[in-house]
Design a protein around this ligand. Structure first.
Ligand SMILES: [Ca+2]
Ligand SMILES: [Ca+2]
Length: 400
């Protein structure tokens, strides 16, 4: 049975603003405001919103009108794109929110938002009220900007493997006596602490775009093979989002269909990751300290033809594990750049000829990428496997 076609991330048109058709006078007002001249009418500010009026938080987790918060700390907000007259009073902005708390209900364009202490989507609205051009004339419609804030639940709400009724499973302690001293977890215990935040993926948050190519729901366990629409909690490292966008740019530069990236697996909770190791045996990918559990890893393919399999990237007429080579060259180039620029987003990477998640209808070669942020003990980037799965020849990673 073929799974349902997967909806792409459409370039979401911005419907959050009140648009109007500017007259020559409007354009003069906008232009003069942009030049800092200010336009005062009847002692009041006559203001128009610019088309790019938006609420901005100046945080790395903001993409267009969605803000993905890493914690529940208060956030400074600013309404961008509103004219600021150089004399007289600045236009007043009315603020509203449906969840959390705003410091002010009215301001000249700045505010502070305290998100709710549990994961949800809060909608913040800023309304710019405009004076009538002349006494007695009708005031033009107010311009509005909207920001949707995805706040996390703190990791401490995960108790006995359950958060808000959802079973994530228990994170193992990397310092526990039973953990092998040779494991990455034992060598880098600080990198294998339970996530500090979890995001609720539900109808309110699933389709919110969190970066140019991804929605929050793309990182949920059920995407796309288990699309049952169930609410669930996930961990997601913002560094992973940035790395994926950098990697897509790297793919595109190399002539690969980077925009056709498809996630095979993103977050996997411990409960799922440890569910059927007995069945899969030593070949299982469900490692107890898998970085997927921390929201720091993705398994990906490039799939421009949409058949859920990696495309024939080397053009030899068949899809094999060797089609991961062009992708892996880009992952290596990006990780080397991160290292040289001291950006701690380099990580492990691996190539696979199939996944062992047999509950899925389609098998495919794929590439694993993560942001674990440490190197192998010999100072090289962590890469696997040591041999090609098809011919058993040694993979010379330093040359790829
Ligand atoms: Ca394909
Ligand atoms: Ca091929």
């Amino acid at each position: 049975m073929n799974p349902a076609p997967i909806r792409r991330n459409p370039a979401r048109p911005n419907r959050e603003f009140t648009f109007y058709f500017p007259t020559a006078r409007d354009l003069f007002l906008i232009f003069s405001a942009a030049l800092g001249m200010g336009v005062i009418r009847d002692g009041r500010a006559a203001a128009r919103a610019t088309p790019d009026m938006a609420i901005v938080a100046s945080l790395p987790g903001q993409y267009k009108t969605t803000l993905l918060l890493e914690n529940s700390e208060p956030v400074a907000l600013r309404l961008r794109g509103m004219p600021q007259p150089s004399g007289g009073s600045a236009p007043r902005v009315i603020w509203r929110c449906d969840r959390g708390r705003l410091e002010r209900t009215e301001s000249s364009g700045e505010n502070r938002f305290t998100p709710p202490p549990v994961s949800c989507v809060s909608t913040i609205e800023a309304e710019l009220n405009v004076s009538a051009a002349k006494p007695g004339a009708a005031a033009p419609p107010a311009a509005k900007a909207i920001l949707r804030v995805i706040s996390p639940s703190p990791g401490r709400l995960l108790k006995n493997g359950v958060i808000d009724g959802f079973t994530l499973g228990e994170y193992l302690d990397p310092r526990a006596p039973g953990v092998s001293k040779d494991s990455y977890a034992a060598k880098h215990p600080d990198k294998f602490q339970p996530p500090r935040a979890f995001y609720l993926v539900d109808d309110a948050s699933r389709d919110l775009p969190v970066s140019p190519h991804f929605k929050l729901g793309d990182f949920a366990l059920d995407y796309p093979w288990f699309s049952l629409g169930k609410r669930q909690y996930i961990a997601l490292d913002l560094g992973l989002l940035r790395k994926m966008e950098d990697l897509i740019a790297e793919f595109n530069r190399a002539g690969l269909p980077g925009d056709s990236i498809r996630i095979i697996y993103a977050f996997r909770p411990p409960a799922y990751n440890s569910s059927s190791i007995a069945k899969d045996g030593a070949e299982s990918l469900k490692a107890p300290f898998s970085v997927h559990q921390y929201g720091k890893a993705l398994d990906i393919i490039l799939d421009a033809d949409g058949d859920l399999q990696l495309d024939d990237l080397d053009g030899d007429g068949k899809v094999t594990v060797r089609d991961t080579i062009p992708m892996m060259r880009c992952v290596n180039a990006l990780d080397r750049r991160y290292r040289s620029e001291k950006i701690p987003l380099y990580g492990g990477a691996g190539l696979y000829d199939h996944h062992d998640f047999w509950e899925r209808p389609v098998q495919t070669p794929y590439v694993h990428v993560d942001v674990r942020g440490f190197l192998a003990s010999d100072g090289t980037l962590i890469r696997w496997p040591a041999q090609w799965p098809d011919t058993k020849e040694t993979i010379v990673w330093s040359k790829m």
